[in-house]
Design a protein around this ligand. Structure first.
Ligand code: UD1
Ligand code: PEP
Length: 430
């Protein structure tokens, strides 16, 4: 199993290209199931989750081809990928495929809307909480689907071959359930109004994609989304937005090690709350023509309290990384997680590097220390793993991060991007 070896202490300086967003690319790829035409996606990141979803879509009959590459771009960087679901050959998404990645459950929306039926295994994914699917099922039922759950599978059928538009109020904000209902309602008969919908930029990217395919969606990015269903969707060419979580992660790395880095292609409007918080810790953040510049000189890291919440608030997917940064703050900070009940798996690993953190329910109290010391660590999920990388970059001596497959789910060429800015970081295979 691969490991990442880091020798900490170097400031970061230079530029890091920000990849296409994993969490936007996945729903856009799934949207290809809604049409028998070709959907071309630009800026698709080269990640394990993307490869896994390609396998899942392939099982339903989706062909794909990689036909474009940015100039001077090396193998493995974000690329243009074409998806074609001319014939759906299977409406079942089996356990063996779906259990590896939560977002693969989302195929239920387009399969049901286009084919009138879907049988999809209950999902797996990162070990960050129980992650039920009740809102998906309730929402699809509101659009007229009959749903059964049997032997680990959700079996969904339309009554007369087509979903029917309706008003649905999410009892709780859910990114995934919003993606699924927006996709499903696009092909439903009549109008759907989704209230208390997720407002994440990835929802906006999906709505832009569906509208380019001929859907009639308004209000994406607000809490009320209106979808006027159409009979069929066509192909389109759409660009995946830059990854706001990767952006925030590298910004926090610079805020922790010190230095001066331009995050090429990053968009501040996708993570303004997180950038404001990083500024409060003492880093200087400016939007430039080419991206976001992050600088921190010798001044110490100021402690800042944060609470995760749905967009536009501070994202849960940056909570672990921010905790990494706060381990070396000059004082105490409180980090409260409100989205997932078990997203503190990094706490005990950060402690191995010398961090002082105590947990009180859903709040972590981080008592900053003047220095961390390298150690072998491992994490059980994607963002927790990268928080250990950030802490390792600032720690004295050598840190080895095990279970790199978590990082490969969501960070394209992580060690290359960081070593390009002066970090001593390498992958050790085997
Ligand atoms: C691939 C992808 O885009 N993943 C992101 C997506 O996950 P995902 O879409 O799974 O997250 P949700 O927004 O659905 O989850 C938010 C909360 O709602 C709960 N819930 C959700 C659905 C449901 O049917 N019932 C229910 O109770 C969840 O357990 C969680 O407590 O949004 C999360 C919240 O920003 C991010 O951390 C993930 O990185
Ligand atoms: C939790 C995440 O992904 P998933 O929803 O696929 O588990 C993530 O991207 O941080």
């Amino acid at each position: 199993m691969d490991r990442i070896r880091i020798v900490g202490g170097n400031k970061l300086a230079g530029s890091i290209p920000i990849s296409g967003a994993k969490n936007a690319a996945l729903p856009l790829m799934i949207a290809s199931l809604l049409t028998d035409d070709t959907l071309t996606l630009e800026n698709v990141p080269h990640l394990a989750d993307v490869e896994q979803l390609i396998r899942i879509l392939g099982n339903h009959g989706v062909d794909y081809s990689v036909n474009g590459r940015r100039e001077k771009q090396q193998e493995g960087y974000s690329r243009t990928v074409t998806f074609s679901a001319r014939n759906i050959v299977d409406t079942t998404a089996p356990y063996e495929l779906v259990s590896k990645m939560r977002a693969s459950f989302w195929v239920i929306g387009p399969l049901l809307a286009r084919m009138g039926e879907a049988k999809v295994s209950l999902p797996g994914g990162c070990a960050i909480g129980t992650r039920p699917v009740d809102l998906f099922l309730e929402g699809l039922q509101a659009l007229g689907a009959d749903i059964d759950v049997d032997t680990g599978y959700v079996i969904a059928k339309t009554r007369n071959g087509r979903l029917v538009g309706n008003r649905y109020v999410f009892p709780k904000v859910s990114v995934g359930a919003t993606h699924v209902l927006v996709m499903a309602a696009s092909l439903a008969k009549g109008e759907t109004v989704l209230e208390n919908a997720a407002r994440e930029p990835e929802i906006v990217n999906l709505a832009e994609c569906l509208n380019a395919m001929g859907a009639r969606i308004s209000g994406a990015g607000t809490e009320t989304i209106t979808i006027d269903g159409v009979e069929a969707l066509s192909g389109a060419r759409v660009r995946v937005i830059p990854d706001r979580i990767e952006t925030g992660t590298y910004a926090m790395a610079v805020a922790m090690t010190g230095g001066d880095v331009v995050l090429e292609g990053a968009r501040a409007d996708l993570l303004q709350t997180a950038l404001d918080v990083i500024s409060q810790t003492g880093a200087e953040i400016t939007q430039t023509n080419s991206g976001i510049r992050v600088r921190r000189n010798g001044a110490g890291i100021a402690p800042v309290d944060v609470t995760t919440a749905p967009f536009p608030a501070f994202p849960t997917d940056l909570q672990a990384q921010f905790m990494g940064l706060m381990t070396m703050a000059k004082g105490k900070s409180r980090i409260t997680e409100t989205i997932f009940e078990n997203r503190f798996m990094h706490v005990q690993e950060l402690a191995r590097l010398g961090a002082h953190i105590t947990l009180s329910g859903q709040t972590a109290i981080v008592d900053g220390v003047p220095k961390l010391k390298g150690a072998p660590v491992m994490a059980t999920d994607l963002r927790a793993s990268v928080s250990l990388v950030i802490a390792g970059l600032a720690a004295e001596g050598e840190t080895t991060v095990n279970r790199v497959y978590h990082l490969d789910r969501g960070f394209e060429r992580l060690e290359e991007k960081l070593s390009g800015c002066g970090a001593e970081i390498e992958r050790i295979s085997g």
